[in-house]
Design a protein around this ligand. Structure first.
Ligand SMILES: NC(=O)c1ccc[n+]([C@@H]2O[C@H](COP(=O)([O-])OP(=O)(O)OC[C@H]3O[C@@H](n4cnc5c(N)ncnc54)[C@H](O)[C@@H]3O)[C@@H](O)[C@H]2O)c1
Ligand SMILES: O=C(O)[C@H](O)COP(=O)(O)O
Length: 599
């Protein structure tokens, strides 16, 4: 193994915003980290194809166009909570993982909310500016106390709940609206949950928003809602611009209906000074900050380290802890699954290459059973295996720069391609006649049955056409070593690695010599050769499935070929061979079929 990776092979990370160095140093030892602040959207589009990871905060707009322009991007990491600046749906389609730091800046955002509330209540920004202006205007800046007042919180999530606890400490009564919040958690924090805006808007002295910006929260506080608030109430937004209608808020301040507003976030950042948001910023009773909720040393250290660790995990092929668009899986489970992920991808790839190359083969058998037997069957979260199967099935027929299939987009891709997979678990020993502790079997069902959604276990067996069309591949892992143990009707034993030629032939003397000479003429060296005999009948029990009620159809091969002296010859070769070579092999007497696969 080379000591140094050539520069061009080192994964590249683009950081177009200010991220604390604590996280970046974690990346710098193994990755090429490019800090490029102040990129225009066009510049970002132009350079993104070169990068494997993109690290952003809230300023960079990671649009569908940016994601589509990316050629090798594996991860978009958001050093913070809100991912509304990332087109997560597009990333999912493209198989790009989006991660965030869901808890690194909660305390900072909650403290900033309280700081703004106190500043607004005591008119601190105006008093400060007046004093700096050389004035001494004590009677002009008489404030209100928060103790004994009612705080209304919309969104009792991580930030909202922290704000609630801090406000309770200040002696406030806290009412909250969050249809998805746990009543038990709210009760524990002494927060009264309400069920509608109308129920609490007329009574709150301070209203604070802590929801994400999503369809149901966009414009949630508009003219009608502000009108329901009691005269002299105050409002805060440290969540996202767009949850509160800026025009309606400006009007409520100008009319004197609201006593004050504290705003950290805007629909467009920075706000245009001539826009409504700009006028809001300039209003004397608005306390405003330039999106500073997460801007503390502690929070920035947290989020930077959090997302950089996740980027490292993803680039080395593991799963991150806070993926926004990938299923959650425990690291120890993922670790255990790793060899099987490789195995299942090989099963899928072998399936496509072997059966698509067989005479009469095609990709129309698009309904599969993936059967886990033995120890592997005890793992319930098999999403990485499902994803590996889809990747394996499609990679041999996708263009090199085609879709990057992974745990993020596998389900979507399978749906789009009309591939159905039913995963089955059997805790029975993997194979009674062998010592395998785990066995994974891939069974394809023929197209005539593919449209039917009847129980797969019966269909696989009784519906499979006879003879060459038994499409079954089994494999196992021993440590990191993978082994194919069954290929169609044959009991195999070969490692699914490198270039292989798979020949089905009558097991008669001289076959090896003939094959060797054809390959020799093509300048191909044979690294190893193994012969797989016809397997004894494969029963439902072998697959860990329930037999048919009458037991009459409970074998796959039914021994129909046991009278023929057939075998499978697997040759490990040193290069990919042209189609001509396998066609020449298949023309030889006694060779029934030959195909080349690369695994
Ligand atoms: N200003 C900043 O710098 C800053 C810093 C951190 C977080 N934030 C923002 O604060 C927001 C909240 O962050 P969080 O970490 O608490 O998120 P969270 O996911 O933990 O909480 C959001 C809560 O909103 C609730 N919610 C969703 N839709 C709702 C609706 N229609 N009505 C009422 N409640 C609804 C959810 O049930 C959830 O409890 C996010 O938008 C985040 O981006 C801003
Ligand atoms: O959603 C968040 O985490 C905050 O809005 C912080 O945004 P920032 O990283 O741009 O400060």
């Amino acid at each position: 193994m080379p000591l140094f990776k050539p520069k061009e092979l080192t994964p590249k990370v683009l950081v177009p915003e200010t991220l604390f160095p604590d996280g970046l140093v974690l990346l710098q030892s193994s990755l090429d980290v490019d800090e490029r602040k102040g990129l225009t959207p066009d510049e970002l589009l132009r350079i993104i194809p070169d990068y494997d990871a993109l690290l952003v905060r809230s300023e960079t707009k990671v649009t569908a166009a940016v994601l589509q322009a990316a050629r090798r991007l594996k991860v978009v990491a958001r050093a913070g909570v809100g991912v509304d600046n990332v087109d997560v749906d597009e990333a999912t389609k493209l198989g790009i993982v989006v991660v965030n730091s869901p808890s690194g800046n909660i305390g900072a955002a909650a403290e900033h909310t309280i700081a703004l509330m106190m500043s607004m209540a005591r008119k601190i920004p105006e008093a400060c500016a007046s004093l700096k202006d050389g004035k001494w205007e004590r009677s002009k800046f008489v404030g209100v106390e928060v103790k004994g007042k009612i705080l209304g919180i919309i969104g009792l999530g991580k930030v909202g709940l922290t704000v609630a606890r801090l406000a309770k400490g200040l002696g406030m009564t806290v009412n909250a609206l969050d249809p998805y919040a746990s009543p038990a958690v709210a009760a524990l924090a002494s927060v009264n949950l309400v069920s509608s805006l109308a129920e609490f808007l007329p009574s709150v002295d301070f209203l604070t928003i802590h929801t994400p910006l999503i369809a149901s929260t966009r414009g949630m506080i508009s003219k009608a809602e502000l009108a329901q608030m009691k005269p002299g109430a105050r409002i805060l937004n440290v969540a996202r611009g767009g949850t509160v209608d800026e025009g309606a808020l400006l009007e409520a301040l100008e009319s004197g209906h609201l006593a004050g507003a504290a705003v950290d976030v805007f629909t467009s950042e920075p706000p245009d000074l001539d826009s409504t948001a700009g006028k809001l910023v300039a209003h004397p009773r608005a306390v405003v900050t330039p999106h500073l909720g997460a801007s503390t040393v502690e929070a920035q250290e947290n989020v930077s380290v959090d997302v950089c660790e996740q980027v490292l995990e993803i680039l080395k092929g593991s799963l991150p802890r806070s993926a926004v668009n990938a299923p959650l899986i425990l690291p120890e489970e993922y670790q255990k699954l790793q060899p099987f992920v490789r195995l299942v991808e090989k099963l899928g790839s072998l399936y496509t290459q072997h059966y698509a190359a067989m005479p009469g083969g095609s990709m129309t058998w698009n309904t599969f059973d993936l059967i886990y037997q033995g120890e592997i069957a005890s793992i319930s979260n098999t999403k990485p295996l499902f994803a590996a199967l889809i990747k394996g099935l499609l990679a041999p027929i996708s263009s090199a720069d085609g879709i990057n299939i992974n745990i993020v987009n596998a389900e979507l891709v399978a749906r789009e391609r009309g591939i159905f997979v039913s995963e089955r678990h059997s805790r029975d020993p993997a194979d009674q006649s062998s010592s395998y502790s785990s066995l994974v079997t891939l069974v394809a069902r023929p197209p005539s049955r593919a449209s039917s959604r009847a129980p797969a276990s019966v269909e696989v067996v009784t519906g499979a056409p006879q003879g060459h069309s038994q499409r079954i591949i089994s494999g196992t892992c021993s440590g990191d070593r993978l082994l194919i143990t069954r290929l169609g009707r044959f009991e195999a034993s070969f490692e699914p690695e490198g270039n292989l030629i798979i020949c089905e032939n009558y097991d008669s003397p001289g076959k090896i010599g003939v094959v060797g000479s054809i390959l020799g003429q093509a300048g191909v060296n044979i690294n190893f050769m193994t012969v797989a005999p016809v397997s004894p009948n494969l029963t439902f029990n072998d697959l860990g499935l329930t037999p048919d009620k009458d037991g009459s159809e409970n074998t796959v091969a039914k021994g129909e070929f046991s009278s023929l002296n057939e075998a499978l010859m697997i040759l490990g070769i040193d290069r990919d061979v042209p189609l001509q070579v396998t066609s020449d092999l298949a023309k030889e007497g006694g060779v029934l079929s030959a195909c080349a696969v690369t695994l």
